[in-house]
Design a protein. Structure first.
Length: 351
């Protein structure tokens, strides 16, 4: 009986493998299907060209390009799964929200510059609006399903403080600073969320004027940094962390004087340096000594750190569960495995 059961299990497994191998794409242009919705080759190629245009550099090899396209397709699959969930929960971004974000994305360019930027990336205005709608909808979904469920207790904050007391001992005065950087030249590998890059002194000046206007209107500094700053810290809202007094003394005098003149919460005027414009925000100023748990800033920093850590964990878990519950067929990955990496051909099929 045991031998018969084993033989039956093996036979069933073989049938399953053969059925998977025999799954064929509806057409060569379809690279994946997510719950019945097709993800086409043209869409992957479009985002691949856009990424290549923004990053510049040497042309990747066939293997490198195919690896990048597999990564882009995987992200598009995840986005489609999450967007479908957002639609099911009536969390799709409104036309007004989409138009507002779209107008923000083009505010630092003239109409002609914006059109040229779109053409160079291979995207249309409708492509960009569709992508914005998806991003905003997924953001609403994750805020509801993940962020809103995170609760950091006072006990967790106290436990973190007691285990990391040395971390809150300040040897010298220090300054918690964030910045937005705008350069007047093309940058390889822009890090901001909008892939926004000023490439001339005139564009940089207009972009800085736009940022000043937004800040004066009450816009969030961190959000603007993530959307527009042209340096490596844009992804975390331009946050440079705490800068000790000794390090501040070694920076450019103009930057040092700007920081010293600010009160916590204040934002500087744009400072023109050799590498471009810097807009600084002083988040906090700390004196030397042991910072106590009773300090509201200590509590908030711990709360933010624990929340960010838990949010990253829950986002990854939520996306993994959503993917497990979806029906996904990745035809590109299947084709790459079956061809030992030699397919697909370099030139996309005609549409």
């Amino acid at each position: 009986m045991l031998r018969k059961s084993a033989l039956f299990a093996a036979f069933t497994a073989c049938l399953f493998v053969l059925s998977c191998r025999n799954q064929q794409a509806p057409s060569p242009d379809v690279w994946a299907v997510v719950n019945g919705t097709q993800v086409n080759r043209a869409e992957v190629e479009k985002y691949y060209r856009s990424r290549q245009q923004s990053q510049g550099g040497a042309e990747p090899s066939h293997d490198e390009a195919l690896s990048m396209k597999l990564g882009i397709l995987d992200q598009l699959i995840n986005n489609e799964i999450l967007f479908q969930r957002a639609k099911a929960l009536n969390l799709v971004a409104s036309d007004a929200d989409v138009e507002n974000r779209f107008n923000q994305s083009k505010s630092s360019f003239t109409e002609d510059e914006f059109e040229k930027k779109l053409q160079a990336s291979g995207l249309t205005a409708d492509d960009l609006k569709n992508e914005i709608r998806r991003e905003l909808s997924i953001e609403k979904l994750l805020n509801r399903e993940v962020v809103a469920k995170i609760v950091i207790t006072d006990a967790e904050i106290a436990d973190f403080y007691n285990k990391n007391r040395a971390q809150f001992s300040v040897a010298e005065p220090q300054f918690h600073v964030a910045q937005i950087v705008v350069t007047p030249h093309p940058d390889i590998g822009i890090h901001n969320r909008k892939n926004d890059d000023a490439t001339t002194p005139e564009q940089a000046a207009r972009k800085v004027a736009m940022l000043e206007s937004q800040l004066a209107s009450g816009a969030n500094f961190s959000d603007l940094a993530m959307d527009y700053s042209e340096d490596a810290n844009s992804s975390n809202g331009g946050d440079l962390g705490f800068i000790p007094q000794s390090s501040l003394n070694q920076t450019d005098p103009a930057l040092k004087n700007a920081v010293l003149a600010l009160q916590p919460g204040q934002v500087s005027k744009p400072i023109l340096m050799k590498d471009g414009y810097h807009i600084l925000k002083l988040i906090a100023r700390e004196q030397a000594g042991q910072r106590q748990l009773s300090d509201p800033q200590v509590q908030q920093s711990i709360r933010d750190s624990l929340k960010n850590r838990e949010e990253q964990l829950l986002r990854a878990a939520y996306i993994a569960v959503a993917r497990d519950q979806a029906h996904v067929v990745n035809y590109l990955a299947q084709e790459v495995v079956e061809s030992a990496g030699k397919l697909p051909a370099e030139d996309p099929p005609s549409q």
